[in-house]
Design a protein around this ligand. Structure first.
Ligand SMILES: *Cc1c(COP(=O)(O)O)cnc(C)c1O
Length: 463
């Protein structure tokens, strides 16, 4: 093929085969194996002249599509994974059709759409309207911005502009209990160090922060600046830190408070401002993912802060040809990338199309289904519910009575492998209190009772 301007006059030739591929892939999700465990691509060198459209489509049908996971389907319960709704899927297709670069305002409405999408998200989560932000690629991107803005804040406290002068002279202590692995990675990337955290105790049998231990450690700290990294929804136990209490301490000790609420913030859509996220409105910055429970396609995170000026100081792009003519900071001066995908658009259209009640309904349903599955596991003689289901994650393992820990771990690993190879479900591993466990995380808008019945069948078969 040769790309030609006139191609646009005959869009049908693309629509037809790509529509067929889309329909085939999506309509097959219920029957297809959820995970494809042994995948390969045929050896092939770079074509010199390129293939015809027909040949390309044939290749997709033969070697790509049959080997894709059904991660967007209703029974992919690994990690915390959403699946794009029809509206979000089509919106994402339009993102490529529009091909906007949401770097700065001045040539398109796209940056206003990003701003409005974030305002709507603040309404959805009932956050005060002084939260502003940017949409990075995901929660890891958000946590990296959090590390950078927190170090900038620490710099201001110490008379240093860290973005300009570096972290070398910074004196800072970081406090956290169960930071997500991506938060550690982010602290490393930000020059603060993955190992630099003062680990605060959790409560017994929980991943949530022990507030009195935090208080003790803050009191003892000699550091000039302090950063607290809290969790609203840990990935294993879905525990929530007590943000009301933590935010009081952060004020008292003049510490930055970052909250990783990648999926936990959605609890607020169901339970409101007095639920598990109570106090998050006092955070200095918040991480949330849209490609998880909002069910928009990868990749899309939202970073919110009450200190946009510090974010801009951290990421400002100094170049004359990039001069900003408005009074709003440009998005490229609020995050990692200069050139940015219009990833706000599927979020904007999702909020417009489904509204608060639409989103609430699938979050509520996922929680109810997870609790139902947990009760069934708890009542079963063949399985152990490892931790009470508090939200959308079920932690379990096979019955390990009379087994040594080693035997129990092996039995659990083997079961997980058998389940994932079977292909009706996809689950991921975890560790709880030092033991190997299996995690089922429900955050897909389509998951319903039928999927829970299939899961029970699978668990009965392999018990
Ligand atoms: C998923 C998750 C992350 C990482 O998110 P990505 O979107 O994969 O970058 C960070 N923190 C928490 C709590 C998460 O659940």
């Amino acid at each position: 093929m040769r790309a030609q301007r006139t191609d646009w006059q005959n869009l049908e030739q693309y629509f037809q085969p790509f529509e067929r591929l889309t329909k085939r892939f999506i309509s097959n999700l219920d029957e297809a194996k959820v995970a494809k465990m042994n995948v390969s691509l045929p050896q092939q060198t770079l074509p010199n002249d390129g293939l015809s459209l027909l040949e390309c489509v044939q290749q997709l049908e033969q070697s790509i599509i049959p080997q894709l996971s059904a991660a967007r389907g209703p029974r992919y319960w690994g990690f915390v994974t959403g699946g794009a709704t029809p509206i979000a899927t089509m919106a994402d297709w339009l993102v490529s059709s529009f091909d906007q670069n949401v770097a700065k305002a001045g040539d398109s409405v796209a940056s206003l759409v990003e701003k409005q999408a974030m305002e709507w998200l603040c309404e959805l989560f009932e956050l005060p309207d002084n939260f502003r932000g940017v949409m990075p690629t995901g929660a890891t991107g958000c946590n990296f911005l959090a590390a950078c803005i927190a170090r900038q804040f620490a710099g201001v406290q110490q008379g240093l502009d860290v973005a300009k002068e570096g972290v070398y002279k910074l004196d800072v202590e970081i406090f956290s209990t169960t930071p997500h692995a991506s938060m550690l990675k982010s602290l490393g990337m930000a020059g603060l160090g993955q190992k630099s955290i003062t680990i605060i105790n959790s409560y017994v049998n929980s991943e949530a922060m022990d507030i009195s231990h935090l208080n003790t450690c803050l009191e003892k700290s000699q550091a000039k600046s302090k950063i607290i990294i809290a969790s609203s929804g840990t990935v294993t136990a879905t525990d929530f830190d007590d943000l009301k209490a933590i935010s009081v301490l952060s004020l008292q000790y003049d510490a930055w408070l970052h909250v990783d609420a990648a999926f936990g913030l959605f609890e607020r859509v169901v339970e409101g401002v007095n639920g598990k996220t109570k106090g998050i409105e006092n955070a200095d910055s918040i991480t949330v993912d849209c490609h998880k429970w909002l069910n928009v396609p990868y990749d899309c995170g939202v970073f919110l802060t009450r200190h946009l000026d510090l974010l801009e100081q951290s990421f400002d792009v100094p170049a004359p040809y990039l001069e900003n003519f408005g009074n709003e900071p440009d998005y490229m001066s609020l995050g990692i990338e200069n050139s940015r995908r219009f990833r706000a658009f599927p979020v904007w259209l999702t909020l417009l199309a489904y509204g608060r009640e639409g989103i609430k309904s699938w979050v509520e349903s996922n929680i109810k289904l997870a609790k139902g599955l947990a009760n069934w596991i708890d009542a079963s003689d063949d399985y152990e519910l490892v931790y009470p289901c508090q939200m959308n994650v079920v932690l379990f393992r096979p019955n390990t009575t009379d087994l040594t820990q080693q035997e129990a771990d092996n039995k659990t690993k083997k079961l997980l492998q058998t389940i994932n190879q079977d292909g009706r479900l996809f689950l991921s591993p975890g560790i709880w209190q030092g033991n190997q466990i299996i995690r089922a995380a429900l955050s897909n808008w389509q998951t319903d009772e039928r999927d829970i019945e299939i899961a029970k069948e699978v668990l009965i078969q392999f018990s």
